[in-house]
Design a protein around this ligand. Structure first.
Ligand SMILES: Cc1ncc(COP(=O)(O)O)c(C=O)c1O
Length: 375
């Protein structure tokens, strides 16, 4: 039977407690949200939703074509200029998602004969970039600049190291300055995914590379998503102008993809302007994460100290994590639940996001629910 093997896989997934299901979210959800990536609480901010609506009215419901044909509006150009300026890089290029931006950066910067040194904890989109690239990938231990140095030392030819800046599962930060130093010893480039750093790290949310003193470096390329702190949708690559020009000419997920929808560009631009006007939102997200971590550990739970706005709490098993998250939901709290294969070390976790707009009372309620429902 066609696709018969799917049933066998489904049965294996069921037995392992790894079945995933979609749960449509109502517009007026009563749940307290510690599951989304809306770190600055901007997705429903009136300026952001109006940015989306105004852009749709002006430019239409879609971009109408790929970026090199009709899909680049003046709005895309504005967003690229302001993103680059905010993060401290020479130029930026907007993509239809952060996933597409990562595929573009890795594939276009790792040609045939090159080496990609990839952190074992990297996001799936960086991993897929490595899989699609013509270069050879060497996976190294998590957050280990010496391992990067050792790998680069074995290769003769172009090379890049790729890493998340803030790892999405545990919320820990990569040692960016040490990684850059390792790359420089070997004339290699550094490509970092700042999906969870933009809007949170750096005094005014300029991101992890800026905070590490790497903004504007000619050997550093940064990818970001517009879907987390900026409360919209889409992605971007930031870096030296010559790299961005190369991507326009060589990155397949740029060339063969319809441009970012104007509404998403308008929302992201409005959120970025809001953040630049109110830079304290970034510090507030970091402070909420610190407070959430303190409360969770005071309740006797094992949690990783957050470097940005993600607090990861250890669960006993995949089934235990799923049950825990479901019990939280029944008690009015939405939390994220990470299980294999999303977790490289096989340890399941609850993933809590510290939004800048959470109040002390909401944090107290959240931690009470998490403690009471613990398996
Ligand atoms: C670290 C990281 N990189 C990239 C992405 C992909 O970004 P997008 O959702 O914009 O495709 C995500 C998650 O969404 C992520 O967590």
């Amino acid at each position: 039977m066609a696709f018969g093997w799917i049933d066998e896989q489904a049965e294996l997934r069921r037995r392992a407690g790894l079945v995933r299901t979609l749960r449509p979210r109502p517009a007026d959800s009563p749940l307290l949200d510690l599951a989304s990536n809306d770190y600055l609480g901007l997705a429903r901010h009136p300026e952001v939703t109006e940015g989306a609506a105004a852009a749709a009215r002006t430019w239409g419901g879609g971009a109408t074509g790929s970026r090199l044909v009709t899909g680049t509006t003046e709005l895309h150009g504005e967003l690229e200029r302001e993103l680059a300026e905010h993060c401290g890089f020479e130029a930026a290029l907007v993509f239809s998602s952060g996933y597409a931006a990562n595929l573009a950066a890795v594939t276009a910067l790792a040609p045939h004969g090159s080496l990609i040194v990839s952190d074992a904890g990297n996001h799936a989109s960086l991993i897929d970039g490595c899989r699609l690239a013509r270069g050879t990938t060497q996976v190294v231990g998590h957050a280990d600049p010496d391992a990067v140095r050792k790998a680069l030392g074995t290769h003769d030819g172009p090379a890049v190291a790729v890493s998340d800046t803030v790892f999405s599962v545990d919320g820990d930060a990569a040692p960016l300055a040490a990684l850059a130093a390792a790359c420089r010893e070997y004339g290699a480039g550094l490509v970092v995914d700042d999906a969870h750093g933009l809007g949170v790290l750096g005094e005014g949310g300029q991101g992890a590379p800026y905070a590490a003193g790497l903004a504007g470096a000619d050997d550093v390329v940064v990818t970001v998503t517009l879907s987390k702190s900026l409360g919209s949708q889409g992605g971007a690559v930031l870096g030296p102008a010559r790299v961005i020009e190369h991507l326009v000419n060589a990155a397949r997920t740029f060339i063969f993809d319809t441009g970012l929808a104007p509404a998403a560009a308008g929302a992201a631009l409005a959120a970025l302007r809001l953040l630049r006007r109110e830079p304290q939102r970034a510090a507030r997200a970091r402070a909420v994460a610190g407070e959430l971590h303190a409360r969770v550990t005071a309740a006797g739970l094992a949690a990783v100290r957050p470097d940005a706005a993600v607090v990861s709490v250890r669960a006993p098993s995949p089934e235990g994590a799923v049950r825990w998250a479901a019990d939280c939901r029944s008690a009015g709290l939405a939390v994220g639940c990470f299980r294999p294969p999303s977790v490289p070390d096989g340890i399941s976790r609850l993933r809590l996001t510290a939004r800048a707009d959470l109040s002390g009372a909401e944090l107290e309620r959240a931690v009470q629910v998490i403690g009471e429902t613990r398996p």
